[in-house]
Design a protein around this ligand. Sequence first.
Ligand code: 5AD
Ligand code: SF4
Length: 479
Amino acid sequence: MRDKITQKTFNPLALEKKIEEDKQGMAYSGEGEGESERLAYIETYGCQMNFSDTEIVASVLKEMNYGFTTEESLADLIFINTCSIRENAESKVWNRLRSLRQAKKQRPDLLVGVLGCMAERLKVKLLEQEKLVDMVVGPDAYRDLPRLVSEAGGGQKGVNVLLSREETYAEIAPVRLNTNGVSAFVTIMRGCDNMCTFCVVPFTRGRERSRDWQSIVNECRDLVENGYKEVTLLGQNVDSYKYHDEETGENCSFAGLLEKVALIHPDLRVRFSTSHPKDITEEVLYTMAKYENICKYIHLPVQSGNSRILELMHRGYTREWYLNKIKKIREIMPDCGISSDIITGFCSETESEHEDTLSLMKAVNFDYSFTFAYSERPNTPAAKRMKDDVSEESKKRRLQAVIELQNIHSKESNLREIGKIRKVLIESNSKRSTNDFCGRTDQNKMVVFPKKEGLNFGDYCLVKITESSSATLKGEICV
Ligand code: 5AD
Ligand code: SF4
Protein backbone atom coordinates (compact mmCIF):
# COMPACT_ATOMS: atom_id res chain seq x y z
CA MET A 1 0.00 0.00 0.00
CA ARG A 2 1.12 3.59 -0.46
CA ASP A 3 2.75 5.61 2.24
CA LYS A 4 -0.02 6.63 4.57
CA ILE A 5 -0.60 8.04 7.98
CA THR A 6 -1.98 5.52 10.39
CA GLN A 7 -3.54 6.14 13.77
CA LYS A 8 -0.35 5.13 15.49
CA THR A 9 2.33 6.92 13.54
CA PHE A 10 0.69 10.27 12.94
CA ASN A 11 2.36 13.31 14.36
CA PRO A 12 2.42 16.83 13.01
CA LEU A 13 6.18 17.21 13.10
CA ALA A 14 6.74 14.11 11.02
CA LEU A 15 4.00 15.37 8.77
CA GLU A 16 5.61 18.76 8.41
CA LYS A 17 8.86 17.10 7.49
CA LYS A 18 7.23 14.76 5.02
CA ILE A 19 5.32 17.60 3.44
CA GLU A 20 8.42 19.65 2.96
CA GLU A 21 10.32 16.71 1.61
CA ASP A 22 8.04 17.33 -1.34
CA LYS A 23 5.76 15.41 -1.30
CA GLN A 24 4.63 11.95 -0.45
CA GLY A 25 1.08 11.13 -1.26
CA MET A 26 -0.82 10.10 1.81
CA ALA A 27 -4.05 8.28 2.06
CA TYR A 28 -6.61 9.07 4.69
CA SER A 29 -8.05 6.12 6.50
CA GLY A 30 -11.37 6.47 8.20
CA GLU A 31 -13.60 5.21 10.88
CA GLY A 32 -16.62 3.31 9.73
CA GLU A 33 -14.77 1.49 6.99
CA GLY A 34 -17.20 -0.85 5.30
CA GLU A 35 -20.29 0.56 7.05
CA SER A 36 -21.43 2.83 4.25
CA GLU A 37 -22.51 1.75 0.85
CA ARG A 38 -19.93 3.84 -0.99
CA LEU A 39 -16.30 4.28 -0.09
CA ALA A 40 -13.95 7.19 -0.70
CA TYR A 41 -10.18 7.19 -0.75
CA ILE A 42 -8.45 10.57 -0.34
CA GLU A 43 -4.78 11.15 -0.93
CA THR A 44 -3.26 14.45 0.18
CA TYR A 45 -0.14 16.22 -1.08
CA GLY A 46 1.37 19.51 0.01
CA CYS A 47 1.10 21.77 3.01
CA GLN A 48 -0.70 21.43 6.33
CA MET A 49 -3.54 23.54 4.93
CA ASN A 50 -4.21 20.79 2.41
CA PHE A 51 -4.33 18.17 5.15
CA SER A 52 -6.75 20.37 7.03
CA ASP A 53 -8.85 20.85 3.87
CA THR A 54 -9.00 17.09 3.39
CA GLU A 55 -10.73 16.91 6.79
CA ILE A 56 -13.34 19.38 5.50
CA VAL A 57 -13.80 17.33 2.34
CA ALA A 58 -14.21 14.18 4.47
CA SER A 59 -16.88 15.96 6.49
CA VAL A 60 -18.83 16.86 3.33
CA LEU A 61 -18.47 13.30 2.01
CA LYS A 62 -19.60 11.85 5.32
CA GLU A 63 -22.79 13.91 5.06
CA MET A 64 -23.22 12.32 1.62
CA ASN A 65 -23.02 8.96 3.39
CA TYR A 66 -19.59 8.00 2.14
CA GLY A 67 -17.34 5.82 4.25
CA PHE A 68 -13.54 5.92 3.94
CA THR A 69 -10.99 3.33 2.97
CA THR A 70 -7.21 3.08 2.85
CA GLU A 71 -7.47 0.48 0.07
CA GLU A 72 -7.62 2.32 -3.19
CA SER A 73 -8.93 -0.85 -4.91
CA LEU A 74 -12.04 -0.80 -2.69
CA ALA A 75 -12.91 2.83 -3.39
CA ASP A 76 -15.82 4.06 -5.51
CA LEU A 77 -14.41 7.56 -5.39
CA ILE A 78 -10.77 8.65 -5.39
CA PHE A 79 -9.80 12.22 -4.59
CA ILE A 80 -6.29 13.57 -4.93
CA ASN A 81 -5.83 16.80 -2.95
CA THR A 82 -3.01 18.57 -4.75
CA CYS A 83 -0.19 21.10 -4.38
CA SER A 84 1.24 23.52 -6.97
CA ILE A 85 3.93 25.24 -4.92
CA ARG A 86 6.86 23.83 -6.91
CA GLU A 87 7.06 22.06 -10.24
CA ASN A 88 8.07 18.71 -8.73
CA ALA A 89 4.99 18.75 -6.45
CA GLU A 90 2.83 18.93 -9.58
CA SER A 91 4.88 16.29 -11.45
CA LYS A 92 4.21 13.77 -8.68
CA VAL A 93 0.49 14.30 -8.98
CA TRP A 94 0.56 14.01 -12.79
CA ASN A 95 2.34 10.66 -12.47
CA ARG A 96 -0.15 9.54 -9.89
CA LEU A 97 -3.12 10.50 -12.07
CA ARG A 98 -1.64 8.69 -15.04
CA SER A 99 -1.20 5.60 -12.88
CA LEU A 100 -4.92 5.75 -12.06
CA ARG A 101 -5.85 5.62 -15.75
CA GLN A 102 -5.50 1.83 -15.68
CA ALA A 103 -7.77 1.49 -12.63
CA LYS A 104 -10.40 3.58 -14.40
CA LYS A 105 -10.23 1.38 -17.48
CA GLN A 106 -10.78 -1.73 -15.40
CA ARG A 107 -13.57 -0.17 -13.31
CA PRO A 108 -15.60 2.22 -15.45
CA ASP A 109 -17.75 3.27 -12.46
CA LEU A 110 -14.77 4.54 -10.49
CA LEU A 111 -14.82 8.33 -10.09
CA VAL A 112 -11.54 10.23 -9.85
CA GLY A 113 -11.33 13.88 -8.81
CA VAL A 114 -8.59 16.43 -8.40
CA LEU A 115 -8.96 18.84 -5.49
CA GLY A 116 -7.00 21.89 -4.36
CA CYS A 117 -4.33 24.03 -5.96
CA MET A 118 -3.72 22.05 -9.17
CA ALA A 119 -7.46 21.92 -9.81
CA GLU A 120 -7.48 25.69 -9.62
CA ARG A 121 -4.43 26.17 -11.80
CA LEU A 122 -4.85 23.45 -14.41
CA LYS A 123 -8.56 22.90 -14.89
CA VAL A 124 -8.52 22.80 -18.69
CA LYS A 125 -5.43 20.66 -18.98
CA LEU A 126 -6.79 18.13 -16.48
CA LEU A 127 -10.16 17.87 -18.19
CA GLU A 128 -9.49 18.32 -21.86
CA GLN A 129 -5.88 17.74 -22.71
CA GLU A 130 -5.19 14.75 -20.52
CA LYS A 131 -8.76 13.54 -19.87
CA LEU A 132 -7.65 11.90 -16.66
CA VAL A 133 -10.34 12.96 -14.22
CA ASP A 134 -14.10 13.21 -13.71
CA MET A 135 -14.05 16.10 -11.25
CA VAL A 136 -11.98 19.22 -10.79
CA VAL A 137 -12.69 21.03 -7.54
CA GLY A 138 -10.90 24.18 -6.36
CA PRO A 139 -10.12 24.91 -2.67
CA ASP A 140 -13.20 27.11 -2.19
CA ALA A 141 -15.71 24.71 -3.78
CA TYR A 142 -15.89 21.80 -1.34
CA ARG A 143 -19.45 22.58 -0.27
CA ASP A 144 -20.44 21.92 -3.88
CA LEU A 145 -19.18 18.31 -3.78
CA PRO A 146 -22.68 16.72 -3.57
CA ARG A 147 -23.61 18.32 -6.91
CA LEU A 148 -20.23 17.68 -8.51
CA VAL A 149 -20.11 14.00 -7.50
CA SER A 150 -23.67 13.53 -8.72
CA GLU A 151 -22.87 15.16 -12.08
CA ALA A 152 -19.77 13.03 -12.47
CA GLY A 153 -21.77 9.90 -11.55
CA GLY A 154 -24.20 10.84 -14.33
CA GLY A 155 -21.40 10.90 -16.89
CA GLN A 156 -20.76 14.66 -17.03
CA LYS A 157 -17.65 16.34 -15.73
CA GLY A 158 -18.07 17.91 -12.27
CA VAL A 159 -16.24 21.23 -12.27
CA ASN A 160 -16.10 24.13 -9.82
CA VAL A 161 -12.98 26.23 -9.46
CA LEU A 162 -14.62 29.48 -8.39
CA LEU A 163 -12.59 31.28 -5.76
CA SER A 164 -14.50 33.02 -3.02
CA ARG A 165 -13.86 36.16 -0.97
CA GLU A 166 -15.84 34.80 1.97
CA GLU A 167 -15.60 31.02 2.19
CA THR A 168 -13.94 29.84 5.42
CA TYR A 169 -15.91 26.61 5.97
CA ALA A 170 -16.43 28.13 9.42
CA GLU A 171 -19.22 25.86 10.66
CA ILE A 172 -18.18 22.62 8.92
CA ALA A 173 -16.83 20.29 11.60
CA PRO A 174 -13.75 18.59 10.15
CA VAL A 175 -13.71 14.78 10.29
CA ARG A 176 -10.47 13.88 12.09
CA LEU A 177 -9.75 10.77 10.09
CA ASN A 178 -6.09 10.13 10.77
CA THR A 179 -5.42 11.31 14.19
CA ASN A 180 -3.37 10.36 17.19
CA GLY A 181 -6.18 11.83 19.29
CA VAL A 182 -3.66 14.29 20.76
CA SER A 183 -2.92 16.97 18.12
CA ALA A 184 -5.19 18.63 15.57
CA PHE A 185 -4.96 21.34 12.93
CA VAL A 186 -7.48 24.18 12.99
CA THR A 187 -7.66 26.48 9.97
CA ILE A 188 -8.13 30.12 11.01
CA MET A 189 -7.84 31.87 7.67
CA ARG A 190 -7.67 31.08 3.96
CA GLY A 191 -5.90 32.58 0.94
CA CYS A 192 -3.08 35.11 0.85
CA ASP A 193 -2.82 38.75 -0.24
CA ASN A 194 0.94 39.06 0.00
CA MET A 195 1.90 38.40 -3.59
CA CYS A 196 5.44 37.25 -2.96
CA THR A 197 6.64 37.25 -6.55
CA PHE A 198 7.73 33.58 -6.58
CA CYS A 199 4.54 32.19 -5.09
CA VAL A 200 1.54 30.62 -6.79
CA VAL A 201 -0.63 30.51 -3.64
CA PRO A 202 -2.45 33.85 -4.13
CA PHE A 203 -3.59 32.52 -7.53
CA THR A 204 -4.62 29.04 -6.42
CA ARG A 205 -6.11 29.87 -3.03
CA GLY A 206 -7.38 33.36 -3.70
CA ARG A 207 -7.81 36.39 -1.46
CA GLU A 208 -7.13 36.35 2.22
CA ARG A 209 -10.10 35.97 4.56
CA SER A 210 -10.30 35.26 8.29
CA ARG A 211 -12.63 32.84 9.96
CA ASP A 212 -15.05 33.95 12.67
CA TRP A 213 -13.11 33.73 15.96
CA GLN A 214 -16.07 32.24 17.80
CA SER A 215 -16.20 29.25 15.44
CA ILE A 216 -12.45 28.74 15.91
CA VAL A 217 -12.77 28.81 19.70
CA ASN A 218 -15.76 26.44 19.52
CA GLU A 219 -13.80 24.00 17.37
CA CYS A 220 -10.84 24.09 19.78
CA ARG A 221 -13.16 23.65 22.78
CA ASP A 222 -14.74 20.59 21.11
CA LEU A 223 -11.28 19.18 20.57
CA VAL A 224 -10.45 19.64 24.26
CA GLU A 225 -13.72 17.94 25.21
CA ASN A 226 -12.70 15.03 23.00
CA GLY A 227 -9.38 14.65 24.77
CA TYR A 228 -7.09 16.56 22.38
CA LYS A 229 -4.13 18.32 23.98
CA GLU A 230 -2.67 20.38 21.16
CA VAL A 231 -4.02 22.59 18.39
CA THR A 232 -2.04 24.14 15.56
CA LEU A 233 -3.74 27.26 14.20
CA LEU A 234 -3.20 27.30 10.47
CA GLY A 235 -3.12 29.96 7.80
CA GLN A 236 -0.87 31.07 4.97
CA ASN A 237 -0.08 34.17 7.01
CA VAL A 238 -1.59 33.84 10.48
CA ASP A 239 -0.29 37.21 11.65
CA SER A 240 -2.62 39.05 9.34
CA TYR A 241 -5.64 37.33 10.91
CA LYS A 242 -8.35 39.90 11.63
CA TYR A 243 -12.01 39.40 12.28
CA HIS A 244 -14.63 42.08 12.75
CA ASP A 245 -17.54 40.86 14.81
CA GLU A 246 -20.63 42.65 13.42
CA GLU A 247 -22.71 41.92 16.53
CA THR A 248 -20.33 43.19 19.20
CA GLY A 249 -18.34 45.58 17.02
CA GLU A 250 -15.19 43.88 18.38
CA ASN A 251 -12.10 43.50 16.21
CA CYS A 252 -10.05 40.39 16.87
CA SER A 253 -6.37 40.33 15.86
CA PHE A 254 -4.13 37.25 15.78
CA ALA A 255 -2.79 38.13 19.24
CA GLY A 256 -6.38 38.35 20.49
CA LEU A 257 -7.25 35.01 18.93
CA LEU A 258 -4.16 33.34 20.40
CA GLU A 259 -5.19 34.56 23.84
CA LYS A 260 -8.76 33.34 23.46
CA VAL A 261 -7.55 29.88 22.40
CA ALA A 262 -4.89 29.74 25.14
CA LEU A 263 -7.55 30.54 27.74
CA ILE A 264 -9.74 27.56 26.76
CA HIS A 265 -7.72 25.20 28.96
CA PRO A 266 -4.27 25.47 30.56
CA ASP A 267 -3.45 21.92 29.40
CA LEU A 268 -4.16 22.70 25.76
CA ARG A 269 -0.95 23.43 23.89
CA VAL A 270 -1.33 26.09 21.22
CA ARG A 271 0.89 26.24 18.13
CA PHE A 272 0.54 28.21 14.91
CA SER A 273 1.89 28.33 11.38
CA THR A 274 2.90 30.18 9.23
CA SER A 275 4.09 33.59 10.40
CA HIS A 276 5.24 36.35 8.07
CA PRO A 277 8.20 38.39 9.38
CA LYS A 278 6.66 41.67 8.23
CA ASP A 279 3.36 40.99 10.06
CA ILE A 280 4.25 39.27 13.34
CA THR A 281 3.63 41.92 16.01
CA GLU A 282 5.15 42.52 19.42
CA GLU A 283 1.66 41.98 20.79
CA VAL A 284 1.82 38.41 19.43
CA LEU A 285 5.24 37.90 21.01
CA TYR A 286 4.10 39.23 24.39
CA THR A 287 0.97 37.06 24.23
CA MET A 288 3.16 34.02 23.55
CA ALA A 289 5.37 34.93 26.50
CA LYS A 290 2.40 35.51 28.80
CA TYR A 291 0.77 32.09 28.39
CA GLU A 292 2.68 28.97 29.38
CA ASN A 293 0.53 26.86 27.05
CA ILE A 294 1.38 28.83 23.88
CA CYS A 295 4.40 26.96 22.53
CA LYS A 296 7.61 28.90 22.28
CA TYR A 297 8.26 28.14 18.67
CA ILE A 298 7.95 30.33 15.57
CA HIS A 299 8.27 29.30 11.95
CA LEU A 300 9.41 32.57 10.38
CA PRO A 301 10.39 32.07 6.72
CA VAL A 302 13.16 34.46 5.68
CA GLN A 303 13.50 33.15 2.07
CA SER A 304 16.77 35.06 1.43
CA GLY A 305 19.45 36.88 3.43
CA ASN A 306 19.97 39.60 0.85
CA SER A 307 17.90 42.81 0.81
CA ARG A 308 17.91 43.26 -2.99
CA ILE A 309 16.59 39.71 -3.47
CA LEU A 310 14.03 40.22 -0.69
CA GLU A 311 12.78 43.29 -2.53
CA LEU A 312 12.54 41.38 -5.81
CA MET A 313 10.62 38.72 -3.91
CA HIS A 314 8.29 41.45 -2.61
CA ARG A 315 8.70 40.24 0.95
CA GLY A 316 8.23 43.63 2.59
CA TYR A 317 11.34 43.57 4.82
CA THR A 318 15.11 43.87 4.55
CA ARG A 319 17.85 41.65 5.98
CA GLU A 320 18.41 44.13 8.86
CA TRP A 321 14.71 44.33 9.64
CA TYR A 322 14.50 40.53 9.81
CA LEU A 323 17.53 40.33 12.09
CA ASN A 324 15.97 42.94 14.38
CA LYS A 325 12.78 40.90 14.52
CA ILE A 326 14.81 37.86 15.61
CA LYS A 327 16.50 39.99 18.26
CA LYS A 328 13.11 41.12 19.56
CA ILE A 329 11.81 37.53 19.68
CA ARG A 330 14.84 36.46 21.70
CA GLU A 331 14.58 39.44 24.03
CA ILE A 332 10.98 38.59 24.83
CA MET A 333 11.36 34.77 24.75
CA PRO A 334 15.02 33.76 25.15
CA ASP A 335 14.16 30.09 24.80
CA CYS A 336 12.02 30.35 21.66
CA GLY A 337 12.64 27.82 18.85
CA ILE A 338 12.88 29.47 15.42
CA SER A 339 12.76 27.81 12.00
CA SER A 340 12.73 29.15 8.46
CA ASP A 341 12.09 28.54 4.77
CA ILE A 342 14.92 29.40 2.39
CA ILE A 343 14.93 29.61 -1.40
CA THR A 344 18.18 29.40 -3.38
CA GLY A 345 18.77 30.71 -6.88
CA PHE A 346 15.91 33.19 -7.17
CA CYS A 347 15.98 35.30 -10.34
CA SER A 348 19.30 37.18 -10.76
CA GLU A 349 20.73 36.04 -7.39
CA THR A 350 24.53 36.38 -7.50
CA GLU A 351 27.09 34.27 -5.63
CA SER A 352 27.69 37.07 -3.14
CA GLU A 353 23.93 37.48 -2.55
CA HIS A 354 23.77 33.74 -1.90
CA GLU A 355 26.64 34.21 0.60
CA ASP A 356 24.40 36.76 2.34
CA THR A 357 21.85 34.01 2.93
CA LEU A 358 24.55 31.85 4.51
CA SER A 359 25.73 34.73 6.68
CA LEU A 360 22.17 35.49 7.80
CA MET A 361 21.77 31.82 8.74
CA LYS A 362 24.94 32.10 10.82
CA ALA A 363 23.67 35.27 12.48
CA VAL A 364 20.31 33.71 13.39
CA ASN A 365 21.18 30.06 14.02
CA PHE A 366 17.84 28.58 12.97
CA ASP A 367 16.88 25.42 14.82
CA TYR A 368 15.56 24.02 11.56
CA SER A 369 15.04 25.17 7.95
CA PHE A 370 13.02 23.94 5.01
CA THR A 371 15.13 24.61 1.94
CA PHE A 372 14.18 24.84 -1.73
CA ALA A 373 15.74 25.58 -5.10
CA TYR A 374 13.71 28.26 -6.88
CA SER A 375 11.12 26.76 -9.20
CA GLU A 376 9.43 29.19 -11.58
CA ARG A 377 5.65 28.96 -11.41
CA PRO A 378 3.61 30.04 -14.44
CA ASN A 379 1.79 33.39 -14.22
CA THR A 380 3.39 34.48 -10.94
CA PRO A 381 4.82 38.04 -10.92
CA ALA A 382 8.36 36.59 -11.08
CA ALA A 383 7.48 34.47 -14.11
CA LYS A 384 5.95 37.48 -15.84
CA ARG A 385 8.54 40.13 -15.03
CA MET A 386 11.83 38.42 -14.22
CA LYS A 387 14.22 36.00 -15.82
CA ASP A 388 14.74 32.59 -14.22
CA ASP A 389 18.41 33.04 -15.05
CA VAL A 390 20.31 31.18 -12.34
CA SER A 391 21.41 27.85 -13.79
CA GLU A 392 20.00 24.64 -12.34
CA GLU A 393 23.53 23.67 -11.43
CA SER A 394 24.03 26.85 -9.37
CA LYS A 395 20.61 26.59 -7.71
CA LYS A 396 21.40 23.02 -6.61
CA ARG A 397 24.92 23.86 -5.48
CA ARG A 398 23.68 26.82 -3.43
CA LEU A 399 20.90 24.65 -2.03
CA GLN A 400 23.47 22.07 -0.96
CA ALA A 401 25.49 24.75 0.82
CA VAL A 402 22.39 25.95 2.67
CA ILE A 403 21.44 22.39 3.64
CA GLU A 404 24.93 21.62 4.92
CA LEU A 405 25.03 24.76 7.04
CA GLN A 406 21.55 24.09 8.40
CA ASN A 407 22.55 20.53 9.32
CA ILE A 408 25.40 21.92 11.41
CA HIS A 409 23.07 24.41 13.10
CA SER A 410 20.37 21.76 13.74
CA LYS A 411 22.93 19.45 15.27
CA GLU A 412 24.30 22.22 17.50
CA SER A 413 20.80 23.25 18.48
CA ASN A 414 20.06 19.66 19.56
CA LEU A 415 23.37 19.35 21.39
CA ARG A 416 22.46 22.43 23.45
CA GLU A 417 19.42 20.49 24.71
CA ILE A 418 21.49 17.84 26.47
CA GLY A 419 21.08 18.04 30.24
CA LYS A 420 17.94 20.20 30.05
CA ILE A 421 14.62 19.12 31.51
CA ARG A 422 11.76 19.67 29.04
CA LYS A 423 8.01 19.35 29.31
CA VAL A 424 6.95 16.88 26.63
CA LEU A 425 3.48 16.02 25.37
CA ILE A 426 3.38 12.28 24.67
CA GLU A 427 2.08 11.82 21.13
CA SER A 428 2.64 8.18 20.21
CA ASN A 429 4.93 5.19 20.44
CA SER A 430 8.35 5.71 18.96
CA LYS A 431 8.63 4.40 15.40
CA ARG A 432 11.49 2.09 16.36
CA SER A 433 10.17 0.50 19.55
CA THR A 434 6.86 0.09 21.38
CA ASN A 435 8.87 0.27 24.60
CA ASP A 436 9.46 3.97 23.91
CA PHE A 437 7.18 7.00 23.66
CA CYS A 438 7.77 10.01 21.49
CA GLY A 439 6.56 13.54 21.86
CA ARG A 440 7.64 17.12 21.35
CA THR A 441 9.04 19.83 23.53
CA ASP A 442 7.55 23.29 23.62
CA GLN A 443 10.23 24.29 21.06
CA ASN A 444 8.95 21.63 18.63
CA LYS A 445 11.79 19.17 19.04
CA MET A 446 10.94 15.48 18.90
CA VAL A 447 12.10 13.42 21.92
CA VAL A 448 12.15 9.63 22.27
CA PHE A 449 12.20 8.16 25.78
CA PRO A 450 11.44 4.87 27.59
CA LYS A 451 7.85 4.44 28.71
CA LYS A 452 6.78 4.70 32.32
CA GLU A 453 3.76 2.96 33.76
CA GLY A 454 0.72 5.12 34.27
CA LEU A 455 1.58 7.46 31.41
CA ASN A 456 -0.08 7.39 28.03
CA PHE A 457 -0.62 9.32 24.77
CA GLY A 458 -1.86 12.83 25.55
CA ASP A 459 -0.14 13.02 28.95
CA TYR A 460 2.54 15.56 29.78
CA CYS A 461 5.79 14.55 31.44
CA LEU A 462 9.14 16.10 32.28
CA VAL A 463 11.97 14.54 30.30
CA LYS A 464 15.67 14.99 30.92
CA ILE A 465 17.48 15.13 27.56
CA THR A 466 20.40 12.71 27.50
CA GLU A 467 21.41 12.24 23.84
CA SER A 468 20.98 13.99 20.53
CA SER A 469 21.37 13.45 16.81
CA SER A 470 20.62 16.03 14.10
CA ALA A 471 17.01 14.79 13.85
CA THR A 472 15.86 13.63 17.30
CA LEU A 473 16.59 13.83 20.97
CA LYS A 474 16.64 10.98 23.45
CA GLY A 475 15.79 11.33 27.11
CA GLU A 476 14.45 9.89 30.35
CA ILE A 477 11.28 10.74 32.19
CA CYS A 478 12.06 12.49 35.47
CA VAL A 479 8.54 13.06 36.81
N1 5AD B 1 10.10 27.94 -5.69
C1 5AD B 1 10.73 27.45 -4.60
N2 5AD B 1 10.21 27.49 -3.36
C2 5AD B 1 9.01 28.08 -3.21
N3 5AD B 1 8.25 28.29 -2.12
C3 5AD B 1 7.11 28.91 -2.49
N4 5AD B 1 7.12 29.11 -3.82
C4 5AD B 1 8.29 28.62 -4.29
C5 5AD B 1 8.88 28.54 -5.57
N5 5AD B 1 8.26 29.04 -6.65
C6 5AD B 1 8.68 27.94 -0.76
C7 5AD B 1 8.81 29.17 0.12
C8 5AD B 1 7.61 29.05 1.01
C9 5AD B 1 7.46 27.55 1.13
C10 5AD B 1 6.12 27.09 1.60
O1 5AD B 1 7.70 27.10 -0.17
O2 5AD B 1 10.01 29.06 0.87
O3 5AD B 1 7.79 29.68 2.26
FE1 SF4 C 1 3.08 32.62 -0.85
FE2 SF4 C 1 4.16 34.81 0.28
FE3 SF4 C 1 1.55 34.21 0.71
FE4 SF4 C 1 3.48 32.67 1.80
S1 SF4 C 1 3.10 34.86 2.26
S2 SF4 C 1 1.62 31.95 0.71
S3 SF4 C 1 5.08 32.72 0.25
S4 SF4 C 1 2.47 34.76 -1.26
